[in-house]
Write a protein of this length. Structure first.
Length: 385
């Protein structure tokens, strides 16, 4: 019999799964970059300065919604996009459901990557956060722990992971010296990492980059490390649904670090070991927390039924229509919402052509309306098959 509650939860999830709680997570969010380039998005849109200038730079105008938001943005922007494409003789992008899912994951993930660290800000933080009391950079100082070896790590996640694993020791030494452990926000982990790299006396040119993290592996770690037990199963820690993790990797790392003291005390009370991370585990966990925090669009099949009439969809998709268009119960089947979103996007040119011939404009679609239409059409399709 498993007496350890954390192991018990992991055991239950291993055999029964967690479909009621988990969501569809990407294995590698950067795969959508291939779709972004293949469909010509890069010719008009840049990512942090790399790409076209006709449309907004996605590294600066951050996309932070789900795929219903993405379809809404693209749909309402479609007419302008078609004019630009006609002028530049560019082919309009067409998507499969998988393409659309991967594109949405990639655009959403850009926010997670955050901004490069600022060396000057990092130097001020090193002194202001009192890191200088126990550590040195730029050469050995008697009685202090040198951080020069961290120069090889480019990603701030490595610094966050090293600090997390040593937080118990740091906390004890801080108590003896009367130093309170610092808290972090915004881009401060990235700033500190940039300063340590710049100030380090290490001559090595070796660089170790952190891969972006796997949300699916991160979900597994969330259970194995006992996070699920305290944050979902039992009301020991704060409910993650009330914490905004739709932030950059450095901000989420700061949230985790600021939480480490209370977590350590709780683990002692529960007589459980304080979790540590190795390899790319913290990157995996943080990427999972980021995707778990994806905003959720509301919607209902009932509203979708009303919209199907109000937006004019019914006039073309009614029985016996002159366009030979399928009725609503024959629009699918759809494997999932992304199949529907891709089909809706691919259908836009024909619909726009018919409406413009009548002097009408395509209907505006808000994210909740897109979801409601999907729920309605999907329900009618399933009922008709």
């Amino acid at each position: 019999m498993l007496k350890n509650p954390l192991l018990l939860v992991a055991f239950i999830f291993f055999f029964l799964g967690s479909s009621a709680w988990s969501q569809q997570l990407p294995k590698n969010p950067l795969e959508g970059r291939i779709v972004f380039e293949k469909e010509g998005c890069l010719s008009c849109h840049a990512v942090n300065g790399t790409g076209g200038t006709t449309g907004p730079d996605f590294g600066k105008q951050i996309f932070s919604g789900d795929n219903y938001d993405l379809l809404s943005e693209m749909w309402n922007h479609s007419e302008k996009m078609l004019l630009v494409m006609a002028r530049t003789r560019t082919k309009r992008p067409s998507f499969t459901g998988q393409d659309f899912r991967e594109l949405g994951e990639f655009l959403y993930f850009i926010r997670y990557l955050g901004q490069p660290g600022n060396i000057s800000a990092g130097k001020r933080l090193f002194a202001g956060k009192e890191c200088i009391q126990c550590h040195s950079v730029g050469g050995a100082v008697p009685g202090k722990i040198a951080l020069d070896s961290l120069k090889i790590y480019v990603s701030p996640v490595h610094l966050a992971q090293a600090m997390w694993n040593h937080s118990n020791l740091m906390r004890r030494r801080g108590v003896r010296r009367g130093i309170k452990l610092p808290t972090f926000s915004d881009n401060e982990f990235a700033d500190l990492t940039a300063y340590i790299r710049a100030a380090s006396s290490l001559k090595s040119e070796e660089r170790i980059y952190s891969y972006p993290g796997s949300p699916t592996l991160g979900e597994k770690l969330f259970k194995e490390k006992g996070c699920y037990y305290c944050h979902v199963e039992k009301p020991v820690g704060p409910n993650l649904d009330r914490i905004n993790t739709n932030e950059s990797v450095t901000r989420i790392a700061g949230i985790m670090w600021n939480h480490s003291g209370k977590m350590e005390a709780a683990m002692k009370t529960m007589k459980q070991p304080y979790p540590s991370f190795s390899g790319n585990e913290m990157a995996d966990l943080i990427s999972y927390l980021y995707f778990r925090g994806t905003p959720k669009t509301a919607g209902s099949a009932k509203l979708g039924e009303q919209l199907f009439k109000q937006k004019g969809c019914e006039s073309c998709h009614e029985a016996g229509n002159r366009f030979n268009a399928p009725t609503v119960d024959r629009l699918g089947p759809f494997h999932d919402k992304d199949d529907f979103l891709a089909a809706l996007w691919n259908h836009a040119p024909r619909m726009e052509e018919l409406l413009l011939a009548k002097g009408k404009k395509p209907p505006v679609l808000m994210p909740n309306e897109v979801k409601s239409l999907y729920l309605f059409v999907d329900a009618k399709t399933k009922a008709g098959n």
